[in-house]
Design a protein around this ligand. Sequence first.
Ligand SMILES: Nc1ncnc2c1ncn2[C@@H]1O[C@H](COP(=O)(O)OP(=O)(O)OP(=O)(O)O)[C@@H](O)[C@H]1O
Ligand SMILES: [Mg+2]
Length: 324
Amino acid sequence: MAAPEDHVADSRTEASEPTNGPEAELTAEVSPDVAPMVEEFMEQAAQQNEAAAEAVPDNPEHKDQPGSYISFEHVSKSFDDFVVLEDVSFCVNSGETLCILGRSGVGKSVSLQMLMGFYKPDAGVIRVAGEDITCMKEEQLQDIRRKVTMVFQNGALFDSISVGENVAFPLRERGELDEDQILQISKGLLEMVGVAGMAELLPSDLSTGMKRSVAIARALASRPEAILYDEPTTMVDPLMAHLLGNLIERLKRQLHLTSIVVTHDMRFAKKLADRIVFLDQGKVRFFGTMEEMERSEDPTIREFLLLDELILPELGPQLTAATP
Ligand SMILES: Nc1ncnc2c1ncn2[C@@H]1O[C@H](COP(=O)(O)OP(=O)(O)OP(=O)(O)O)[C@@H](O)[C@H]1O
Ligand SMILES: [Mg+2]
């Protein structure tokens, strides 16, 4: 029997949970005509991701622990003489969310692009889905890119085709679904990410936040095991950032998706991250949980955390004084 507290928590969720809150069912906002098809698609995605987690080889150093889904092992990368990453190591387990933090130009986007196989490391090993991708040929990398999808800062949508066709594209590529199923799933995915009714528009008709939502819908249509998000909240308003955060959290919980989120937004990182990697001057300055980061005595980490905390309290009294 459920404990009394569980019951209270359940009824509270039922009474007050908005349909796009972090606890809400992914398909809560999907219209009834397409909901069964989208639910089946999502169920298959969840099963696929659980199986992917099982398939990752055990941790070679600790056989009793699961291996990581994604790992950087002593990775270095330079462009000509310019060193971007130097002996960088971090990992993400299946179903976990890792946030990459660090100042502009430190190599966050380059790290994501290396995970997709767009750049090769000069030294070290990169593993994705437990496989060493470092020396993979383009053909093998294409298989990896089916497992891991990236949501770029600008959305990287196809400009000349409609929003609906952008989302339908990976479904068509898969070649398993008929036209009616493709239309139903792409409509439902757009509703799920909060851009219902925009299927006929062109990407150029959308705001930055909407483009990013459509990019997430398109990423989901390719049914990946992991999604890499490059600064999902940059240049969007706080409400949109909050909704995108809720969506990323729901995808993690309900689809067991492995995620890496590059962000400058500490509040966002606190909400989403199981673990954080903080890059500084080409090196890993910190790798661990948010609680461990907040307890860190490292002056660089303290300064980063303090700057984040100071902005609001410093502005607070001025704002209060200016209010009539
Ligand atoms: N193809 C390239 N050729 C040469 N230099 C590059 C290339 N791609 C990236 N760089 C350099 O590598 C460094 C890291 O770039 P990256 O885009 O990863 O930074 P970032 O941490 O994502 O920064 P931001 O927070 O501003 O997005 C930068 O100095 C950039 O100029
Ligand atoms: Mg970047």
